[in-house]
Design a protein around this ligand. Structure first.
Ligand SMILES: [Zn+2]
Ligand SMILES: [Zn+2]
Length: 134
C-alpha cells in the first residue's frame, strides 16, 4: 500500500503537507494550493458532497434572487406583455447567474476549507484575534 512512497519523502523532507503530517522531499514537493496524494484523494471523495450542496444551494439562491428581481421589476413591467416578457427574461437570467455564482462559491469555500492547515494542532487561544488588535 505504501509502495509508491519514496524514501526521501520521509527521510529528507523539505516540506510537509499543510493538511496532514505527510512529509515531502524536494522532488515531490507540493505546489502551492495543493495537498498530498492522500488529502487530494479526500478532496476528490468529497466531490459528491459538494455536488449535493450545490443541488441544494444553487436552485434556492437562484429562485430567491430571480424572485426578488421579479418583485422589484413588477411595477415597471405592468405596461404590457412585452415588458412582462423582458422582465421574465431578466429575472430568469439573474436566477441562472445567481445559481452559477452559488456553485462557484461552494467550490471556493470548500477548497479554502480543505486547504486550511489543520496539522499543527494550534492551541485554541492562538486562533482567536489578539485583544490588542481591537
Ligand atoms: Zn519523494
Ligand atoms: Zn496531506
Amino acid at each position: 500500500m505504501r509502495s509508491r512512497v519514496c524514501t526521501d519523502c520521509t527521510t529528507a523532507p523539505v516540506m510537509r503537507c499543510g493538511r496532514c503530517t505527510t512529509t515531502r522531499c524536494a522532488a515531490h514537493a507540493l505546489a502551492p494550493g495543493t495537498r498530498c496524494d492522500k488529502c487530494e484523494r479526500d478532496w476528490a471523495d468529497e466531490a459528491a458532497t459538494r455536488r449535493a450542496a450545490k443541488m441544494i444551494f444553487a436552485p434556492s439562491i437562484g429562485i430567491l434572487s430571480g424572485g426578488l428581481l421579479f418583485g422589484l421589476l413588477l411595477p415597471v413591467s405592468l405596461g404590457g406583455a412585452i415588458g412582462a416578457a423582458i422582465m421574465c427574461t431578466i429575472a430568469c437570467a439573474t436566477a441562472v447567474g445567481a445559481g452559477a455564482g452559488a456553485c462557484r462559491l461552494v467550490d471556493r469555500s470548500a477548497r479554502a476549507m480543505f486547504l486550511r492547515e489543520r496539522a499543527g494542532g494550534l492551541p485554541a487561544a492562538r486562533l482567536l484575534p489578539s485583544p490588542r488588535h481591537r
